[in-house]
Design a protein around this ligand. Structure first.
Ligand SMILES: Cc1cc2nc3c(=O)[nH]c(=O)nc-3n(C[C@H](O)[C@H](O)[C@H](O)COP(=O)(O)OP(=O)(O)OC[C@H]3O[C@@H](n4cnc5c(N)ncnc54)[C@H](O)[C@@H]3O)c2cc1C
Length: 374
């Protein structure tokens, strides 16, 4: 049985690793040229019942504990004048909650756990064509190809594999503008103190200025804005951003001024909530390819749990992989539907005129709910 996984993100790599533990080999086809080809972004908190559960099934719980930062769970919520609305401090050294880990450290941990030839780098899937007697012919950018008996789309938000199963369209839910502040403790000690070891959210009307501490000592700044029908390239200028935050405390907007380079804006998209498809032989989706949702701290956790559950089903029923896929899909649809609904609700709440009150109530009343993402 030749298993091809399109995409070597957190979902695809977790899948390859859990299959490998069950003695089932798979090839991950990843479009990037190497593990260091692109910065992997901010840090994630892994939840005990999803991301951490998947890592336990991958046999990597111990390595996770040595890389994770429990202190990264600390979060502060301020108003535009700089007044503290919420300050949550986790128990020192406790792993009982949702410790943070840098995405790059998590991806490295998964890559290091796989055989050297498990990932085929620089393989961007451009087409998958069903073969007459089952399985798929895969074509990669550049024209080369291969085939497989089972194809798993773990190729993220703009999945190529998704179109073989559903015609669901993405919708634009928010704009995120990112900046990086390197070597923060030395170069910007005031900002390092403001952000602390975890996350900071400064909540305005329809806009949030957030910052997150990474394990390499840098600070990642993220500005969330409502989805608007105008050119997001406007936000490539710090001046334009500072104008939007006119009237905010200068200690907060210093996070924008201190950014290393020009800001990077991007559209945040989501699939229709409750997207499902009729199961087809030899093919399925995991992670963002299956259920891209508003980013409020669940996507990577669910992608990793999808991977562990799919691998478990395939290992439990090797004689009938199509039935294993059906069982996985039904459970995945039922699990992720309410999470996508909650994510959309939290996203709307974060970018509303009453966000400061709503978020303060949310965190003080329900401290274990997912935190807004970076
Ligand atoms: C700003 C932001 C903050 C977030 N914060 C959090 C958080 O705090 N917690 C959380 O749980 N989730 C968070 N998420 C969501 C999380 O990032 C995603 O849900 C998660 O990365 C999905 O994993 P994945 O493996 O499905 O996809 P990805 O991580 O996107 O991986 C897909 C992989 O496929 C590769 N690929 C794409 N197309 C092809 C192709 N055609 N051929 C071959 N390879 C291909 C890509 O290069 C990539 O390596 C956040 C998302 C955003 C945007």
């Amino acid at each position: 049985m030749r298993i091809a996984i399109a995409g070597g993100g957190l979902g695809g790599l977790t899948l390859a690793r859990v299959l490998h533990r069950h003695g089932i080999e798979a090839v991950v086809y990843e479009r990037e040229a190497s593990r260091s080809a692109r910065s992997q972004g901010g840090s994630l908190d892994l939840h005990p019942e999803s991301g951490q559960q998947a890592l336990a099934e991958a046999g990597l719980a111990g390595r996770f504990r040595s890389e994770a930062r429990p202190e990264g769970e600390e979060h502060r919520i301020l108003d535009p004048a700089g007044h503290t609305l919420v300050h949550h401090q986790p128990q020192p050294g406790s792993f009982s909650g949702r410790p943070e880990i840098d995405r790059s450290a998590l991806r490295d941990l998964l890559l290091d756990s796989l055989p050297g030839d498990a990932v085929a780098w620089q393989h961007r899937l451009v087409a998958a064509t069903p073969r007459p007697h089952g399985g798929f012919e895969l074509t990669f950018h550049g024209g080369h190809g291969t085939d497989c008996d089972i194809l798993i789309g773990a190729d993220g938000a703009r999945s190529v594999v998704r179109s073989l199963l559903t015609d669901a369209r993405l919708s634009y839910v928010a704009t995120l503008v990112e900046l990086n502040i390197s070597d923060a403790d030395r170069r910007h000690p005031d900002l390092a103190e403001l952000v602390g070891p975890g996350n900071l959210w400064c909540i305005g009307v329809n806009q949030i200025l957030a910052a997150q501490r990474l394990g390499d000592g840098s600070i990642r700044v993220g500005i969330s804005l409502r989805a608007e029908n105008h050119d997001i390239d406007t936000y490539r200028s710090k001046r334009a951003l500072l104008d939007m935050f006119d009237g905010w405390d200068a200690g907060l907007t210093a996070l924008i001024e201190a950014g290393d380079g020009a800001p990077t804006p991007r559209r945040i998209e989501a699939m229709p909530i409750g997207t499902r498809w009729a199961s087809q032989p030899g093919i399925t989706l995991i992670g963002d390819a299956a259920h891209l949702m508003a980013p409020v701290g669940e996507g990577a956790n669910q992608a990793m749990l999808d991977a562990a559950e799919l691998a478990g089903e395939l290992a439990a029923n090797p004689a009938d992989p199509d039935s294993a896929i059906r069982t996985y899909e039904e459970a995945m649809f039922a699990r992720t539907h309410p999470i996508a609904e909650m994510s959309a609700r939290v996203q709307a709440m974060m970018l509303s005129p009453t966000a400061a009150d709503d978020i303060t109530r949310f965190f003080t009343a329900r401290p274990t709910e997912p935190a807004p993402a970076d």
